[in-house]
Ligand binder design. Structure first.
Ligand code: GLU
Length: 304
């Protein structure tokens, strides 16, 4: 049986706030209860947004909170070859195609289609029609060296995998529940961007498997993405971890904490004299009581 392994996987594109602290502390507490493997992964595939000073701040903030993680830390930007070989396997299955559409083109296509549905992240569902351009035209444009993203043909992929689900340990505790995956709600997700040879979805699935992660504990905003992750795991023959998607911390206006709305960073709280224990209480809140109940009950049953 695999030794329980948890990971906290921040992106160094800003400073950590209390919402990140909640994820990190839940991972830490559950890892301790289950036998203590806690890994840290730096999700820095986006060179335009990720910065070394943010990465340094992540290490500092987590150490200040009292977290200890295994070395070496996996930095995604150092492992593009792993994602490329996973992509090659998906291409060999005939499930990947080149997509040349720019954001502007997609915006215009949506404007012509009032009421066009969005994916769970709010992006327009892709493709708009199966014949936006023929496979031959796409292959020619790719051969001619035009920049392209690579997308997963989700309809074919879902047909190939058949119905999928995952085991969710509820943040309120109790036994694992099976949740049915709904990958078609995502449409043809991007697997590699024009300027980056992978995507969040592909990198996270490859890394969780390579790092032997048995438990994924992350915010509820990533729950829907698990459907995509299950499809990729099934196509690539990778084990499925157990999942916990915890409630997000909201600000006074009910918005989820985020870098983009200027939520206060842990460094600012520290500078104001807030102690790690106070952050722990604020970050975990009621979730902390729920979590300690749940920690008695962590089994590795999610792998297959
Ligand atoms: N890197 C992602 C984030 O910072 C988390 C990914 C995950 O936990 O799967 O939101």
């Amino acid at each position: 049986m695999a030794r329980p392994a948890f990971r906290f996987a921040p992106s160094p594109n800003g400073l950590l706030h209390l919402g990140h602290a909640r994820s990190a502390l839940l991972n830490d507490a559950m890892a301790r209860a289950a036998g203590r493997r806690l890994l840290l992964r730096i999700e820095d595939i986006d060179p335009a947004r990720c910065r070394p000073d943010f990465e340094a701040a992540i290490f500092e903030d987590l150490a200040w909170l009292g977290l200890e993680w295994e070395a070496p830390v996996r930095r995604q930007s150092e492992h593009f070859a792993d994602y490329e070989s996973a992509l090659a396997r998906l291409e060999a299955l005939g499930l990947v195609y080149a997509s040349f559409e720019s954001r502007g083109e997609i915006r215009r296509a949506v404007a012509e289609r009032p009421g066009w549905p969005s994916d769970p992240d709010g992006a327009p569902l892709f493709p708009f029609s199966r014949d936006m351009s023929s496979p031959e035209t796409r292959a020619q444009r790719r051969a001619a060296g035009e920049p392209y993203a690579l997308r997963l043909d989700m309809k074919q992929a879902a047909t190939l995998t058949g119905p999928l689900d995952w085991q969710e340990i509820d943040a309120a505790g109790g036994a694992a529940r099976r949740i049915a995956a709904d990958p078609r709600a995502w449409g043809d997700v991007i697997l590699a961007r024009k300027e980056v040879p992978t995507s969040y979805h592909l990198a996270v699935v490859v890394d969780d498997a390579l790092q032997g992660i048995t438990h994924v504990v992350r915010g509820a905003d990533l729950k829907a993405a698990t459907s995509v992750h299950r499809v990729l795991q099934a196509l690539l023959g990778l084990p499925a971890p157990l999942y916990t998607h915890h409630a997000l911390l909201l600000d006074a206006e009910g918005r989820k904490l985020s870098k983009s709305i200027g939520s206060q960073g842990l460094d600012a709280l520290r500078a104001q004299g807030v102690t790690p224990d106070e952050v722990r209480r604020q970050a975990l809140g009621k979730a902390f009581a729920d979590m300690t109940g749940r920690c008695r009950n962590i089994h590795v049953t999610g792998t297959e």
